[in-house]
Design a protein around this ligand. Structure first.
Ligand code: PHE
Ligand code: ZN
Length: 881
């Protein structure tokens, strides 16, 4: 029998809950296989609901042991129970206490949802629907309750007992080897923010004093031996707390803020009230095992989870369709934090690259959905780049449209008006309307419409009249299930560059709303005329990437070169270099596909030389500008009939051409920018290291006599992980001499450090070349491979499927097969990890005919499997649609 598709949940069907749960008292008696959970719920019927209306609680893999209503055992005919639901047929009064005793098996919980064990530590994950795996409950975000949690466990196994809120009491349980801790969280919260942790963990303490002089105890809990790896995370936390006070006026609201790092976690981290639980890769760092990128990620994720305390926890979502209410806004906030801590342009470019490589393809393929979806089958599949990253772009546009002040006025009202509530996107937008006297109904389309709008641009200059005219039109390409689309509000930051590279100022402009340097598109077409334009300008559009759109504009190479050299918007300077490279890479790919040799145009190669030699460019920006568009980016630009082998070859050609022409300067830069002295993860030093390694990346293929030795030395003499990993990648991905020796050396150095070993698996999985498939298969039986650890699976398989286009989409179909088999195997244990891996097929229709057919038959095979999880069933159905 084919596994069944879960029923569709629709936004339009939303109904408020018929009962409230106002208080929850939980006693959790921990045991590896037989944990007992006693939940006492104070339940109240809603005012407008009829007496006797059944109370239907959610459950998942629960076994009910006892059920009491107002202290009395409920007679058998008073309720119906299954592992998935508990229905009290006719509750007797308007409010009552329900005491539910269930038993669960944390040890057998391989889905890592609900209560499970990770390296012996008990921990929970409840978002989105994991609390129902702990006890029967109204497991929906609009049921807000005050939680008191008593955790009981053996003293020796679990000296640390944690739950949400403040610690009330702690003590021994007389006559046993067990102890307990009692935690109380005074803030009403939805069940998805519940958390509990118990284990033998080391505590790294610290302290923060809030602006109103409240002392907050901060703790990071990690496995013993990892205490020394928490200082960066702790420092990031303190800076986040301060920044949220300074920039958003938000203070922390409990006596303690705890973070626990665990090594088995499906996602990045979780913002449980007062007790954040983290994938340890976003906590642990030292120079020996973490890269600059890891340090930056830790800072951002710590901040993100902390910021959720206001955007997500104090104000939460009414239903899961509103996920972007907390996620889009919180990503926006963490992006701003990073911009303030580091370099704003570097952060912007990094985020846009992420958006373009993850969200744009999602929006262009079968899994496309609006920032606020209208329907889902499995909510776990909607923690997507669209909800998170495009959701943040929408908030950013709101800020651009309203201006900084107007934006903050609206947000202040939002915090004020909705504190303690579970609310919606509409309510959020209304706060901005009310404080700015504007109508945001057209803006709201950004939450409703899937697909990336394309803005087409044509321009003409009339020297006699001194006018510059611009035609702008917008269109959203067809999206599955979306019949038509309406014009969106698109804020386009722009400049008209004069011959001196400075922005010109037109005396007037007609045909569009302009405020400051922003053109506000509101119609599907705008004919704009600027007057008083004294010479032919070069248009710099979408500065700072002011809207998540694609620009379709024919550029003369000379104009792109001019922008690359002169635009005063750093983002668009970077973009111009990328566009030049992209044009050339697309052209080269075509040439190679026709069986010709081709050669990169000198003009493009020399732009890279100019960037390299520009003394005024910040090293971090320079490193980004020197980064070629990725294979996935090029594939996306080509859009259909994609041949990944031709793309790889084209990219290699351009890389080599740059390397050969500028080998001297590259070698010098690789040496000059390598920071000396003690390692520091700060943005400036990291930027220099990035440039040094970027130069080394080219130099490795420069055909010079010492290129191989130079690369080997980088790897082997590196005194930090950033340089070591950069060197290893070059040796392995370019199959240079010493490739195997390097992998062995790395292994012997890092075999005891799980996070460092993830990188070892990742490097091998992403190596181009026919041998990779065999390597992966042999790595499956490597003693350090662990198919139950999500980070390890992602390191080997997710990175292969998303970061190794030529081998994943091998013309013999073996790459697809490998991933499909793994999906099926993992799906039995951990559906969330499996379904995420399955999304790597999302762009299959863009491949050439042969690969497309192979992908389709692989997908059909998966689809025909019995017993797929609902997570994977949902993805496969939509991918094949
Ligand atoms: N809410 C988490 C975040 O964005 C992500 C998450 C979702 C974690 C679901 C676990 C499960 O910070
Ligand atoms: Zn989040």
């Amino acid at each position: 029998m084919r596994s069944e598709t879960a029923p569709a949940i629709r936004l339009e069907d939303y109904q408020p809950p018929v009962y409230r749960i106002e208080k929850v008292h939980l006693t959790v008696k921990l045991d590896p296989a037989e944990t007992e959970v006693v939940a006492t719920l104070s339940v109240a019927r809603q005012a407008d609901v009829q007496a006797g209306t059944p109370l239907v609680l959610d459950g998942d893999e629960l076994s009910l042991r006892e059920l009491k209503l107002n202290g009395e055992v409920l007679p058998d005919d008073g309720y119906t129970v299954s592992p998935g639901k508990l229905e009290i047929h006719a509750p007797p009064s308007k409010s009552f206490d329900l005491k539910i005793t269930t038993q669960i098996n944390p040890e057998a919980n391989t889905k890592l949802m609900g209560l499970y064990r990770s390296s012996g530590t008990y921990c929970t994950q409840c978002e989105a629907e994991g609390f129902r795996r702990i006890t029967y409950f109204l497991d929906r975000p609009d049921v807000l309750a005050i939680y008191t949690t008593r955790v009981e466990a053996p003293k020796t196994d679990c000296p640390v007992l944690l739950a949400n809120g403040n610690l009330m009491e702690k003590g021994d349980i007389d006559g046993t080897d067990r102890h307990y801790a009692l935690w109380h969280d005074p803030h009403p919260k939805p069940a998805y923010l519940f958390a509990l942790v118990a284990g033998n963990l080391a505590q790294v303490p610290n302290r923060f004093t809030t602006a109103s002089d409240k002392k907050v105890d901060l703790n990071i809990y990690v496995e013993h031996g990892n205490e020394g790896l928490c200082s960066w995370a702790m420092d990031s936390l303190k800076r986040s707390m301060k920044w949220d006070e300074d920039v958003f006026g938000r203070e922390y609201d409990l006596d303690v803020f705890n973070i626990v790092a665990v090594s088995d976690f499906n996602m990045g981290a979780m913002e449980n009230k007062g007790l954040n639980i983290f994938n340890d890769k976003y906590v642990l760092a030292d120079p020996e095992t973490a890269t600059d990128q890891d340090y930056a990620n830790i800072e951002a994720v710590i901040a993100h989870e902390y910021f959720h305390n206001w955007t997500g926890n104090r104000i939460t979502c009414r239903d899961w369709f509103q996920l972007c209410l907390k996620e889009g806004l919180t990503v926006f906030r963490d992006q701003e934090f990073t911009s303030d801590m580091r370099s704003r342009p570097v952060k912007r470019i990094t985020d846009v690259r992420l958006l373009k490589t993850h969200q744009f393809p999602e929006d262009a393929g079968p899994l496309a959905h609006p920032v606020r979806p209208r329907v889902y089958h499995e909510i776990n599949n909607f923690y997507t780049a669209t909800v998170y990253e495009k959701g943040a772009e929408v908030v950013r546009m709101l800020k651009t449209v309203l201006g900084d002040e107007g934006f903050h006025r609206g947000l202040d009202l939002y915090f004020d008006r909705h504190d303690g509530e579970a609310t919606t996107i509409e309510a959020f937008l209304t706060c901005f309307e009310d404080t700015n006297g504007t109508d945001l109904s057209q803006f709201a389309l950004w939450y409703e419409q899937a697909g990336t709008p394309v803005v087409s641009v044509a321009s003409a200059y009339d020297a006699d009249r001194q006018t510059y005219s611009l035609s702008l039109s917008q269109e959203i390409p067809p999206v599955p299930g979306q019949r038509s689309s309406k014009p969106a509000v698109i804020p386009l930051r722009f400049g008209l560059l004069g011959p001196d590279g400075k922005d010109m100022h037109a005396t007037s402009a007609s045909g569009i709303n302009i405020s400051g340097d922003v053109l506000l598109m509101e119609k599907s077409r705008h004919e704009i005329t600027f007057s008083g334009v004294s010479s032919q300008p070069v248009l710099s559009l979408l500065r700072a990437f002011s809207a998540p759109v694609r620009i379709d504009q024919k550029f003369a190479t000379a104009d792109l070169q001019f922008l690359a050299a002169r635009d005063n918007d750093p983002f668009n300077r970077w973009q111009a270099v990328q566009s030049l490279a992209m044009q050339e890479l697309v052209r080269l790919t075509g040439t190679i596909r026709h069986g010709e040799l081709g050669a990169p145009a000198d003009g493009v190669v020399s732009v890279f030389g100019a960037v390299l030699n520009d003394q005024n460019l910040d090293p971090a920006l320079k490193a980004l500008a020197l980064t070629l568009p990725s294979e996935a980016d090029i594939a996306q630009e080509i859009g259909k009939n994609v041949d990944p082998d031709a793309i790889l070859a084209a990219r290699k050609q351009l890389r080599q051409a740059i390397a050969r022409q500028f080998h001297g300067a590259l070698r010098a830069a690789a040496l000059e920018f390598a920071p000396r002295g003690d390692y520091s993860p700060d943005a400036e030093t990291a930027g220099k290291r990035a440039l040094s390694n970027r130069a080394a990346y080219y130099y490795a293929v420069s055909n010079t006599e010492d290129a191989a030795q130079f690369t080997w030395d980088r790897f082997s003499s590196a005194d930090n992980m950033t340089d070591r990993l950069a060197g290893l990648m070059l040796l392995v991905h370019d199959h240079m001499p010493g490739e195997t020796a390097a992998l062995d050396l790395y292994l012997s150095r890092h075999e005891k450090t799980s996070l460092a070993m993830d990188k070892w698996f990742m490097v091998q999985a992403t190596a181009p070349g026919d041998g990779t498939l065999a390597t992966i298969k042999s790595l499956f039986s490597h003693p350090l491979y662990d198919a139950t650890n999500p980070n390890r699976v992602r390191a080997l398989l997710q990175s292969f499927a998303t970061g190794n286009a030529t081998q994943f989409a091998r013309p013999d179909g073996a790459g697809f097969e490998l991933v499909a088999e793994s999906v099926l195997e993992i799906d039995k244990r951990n559906p969330q990890v499996a379904s995420r891996l399955l999304t790597s097929f999302r762009s299959w229709r863009a491949l050439d005919a042969n690969r497309c057919a192979l992908a389709e038959s692989t997908l059909m095979k998966i689809s025909s499997c019995e017993d797929l999880s609902r997570d994977s069933r949902d993805i496969i159905d939509r991918t094949l649609q």
